[in-house]
Design a protein around this ligand. Sequence first.
Ligand code: PMP
Length: 364
Amino acid sequence: MPNIHNFGAGPAKLPEEVYEILRSELTNFNGSGISLLETSHRSATYLKLNTDIQNVVRNLLNVPDNYKILFIAGGGQGQFAAVPLNLISRTGTADYVVTGAWSEKAAKEAKKYGKVNLVVPETDKYTGIPDQSSWKLDPNASYVHICGNETIHGVEFDFIPDTKGVPLVADMSSNFMSKKLDVSKFGVIYGGAQKNIGTSGVALVIVREDLLNKALPICPSILDWTITAKNDSILNTPPMYAIHIMGRVLEWIVRQGGLDKMAENATKKSSMVYDVIENSNGFYYAPVAKNSRSKMNIPFRIGSPDGNDALEKEFLKGAEALNLIQLKGHRAVGGIRASTYNAVTFEDVNALVSYMKDFAKKHA
Ligand code: PMP
């Protein structure tokens, strides 16, 4: 197999070491003689795994005791519905800080269940996070929703907003476990697993206990955090294998040195790419304001802020020829996007930046 450098935004690269473990245990899980794929979700094997993974999450993020850790099917977008269904009943209204395509989608979903107040001015050009002093927070909101990292637009929060006592809810689908967090500053943190912590189908949800027992009567049981918590995330048959992969990825993070190491690597890897962009005399262009630049997803254009289709196509073709893959920008924004999640190695990033430099030299 050639060495493939996978910069996909999700489902994204997983560590090679995790694949080795998954391969070795695929048909004989923990000496049981059968695969986890054909093991009951009520078995002692699965119950242990379910508890072990919650413990790893709790240790890695230092999750306080008054928070529940849940595994819920339906990925990130399942939680776009679950958040209002579980929380909006208190006042019937919620604040959404829309900083990119994903928080926009989350706000749209919430409108089905209550009133949504947009905290920052509407735009379709997401290039940063408006200063907090300009936010129009509603003191009567049931919660304030942010997207910790906008995967398409590459806009990431590097601070925890002050919501004046209103519970803060964060979608961390694309930067979960990329850095330490003060979980106590959040009411809820959630994310689909398929970027930094596993594969698709499951969301990891961390919810403060006082926010339970507020679900709207129409909330489907499988999206109800209270019912899920009572059933220890085994209300129905969970996406067991996706949850197991999450566990193996989290154990890998622990072996690497934990979240401080992930954060250090993310800063270094993303800086390597941003530095090439900044030092290219305008050949490459990164649209996002410096203080909101994502360390996980780096969108950029070639030739001008609006991009140059022909050059970008040529860039992507040349990249593929060198096994630098899944670099195409999201169809909503075009251009190029390099994702530098936890599992993306320095070797991968070195290969990308040297290609970027060569390409710029050839075409500048
Ligand atoms: N939130 C963010 C920030 C995302 O990047 C994505 C997926 N790309 C989602 C939510 C939706 O996740 P899913 O596809 O698991 O529903």
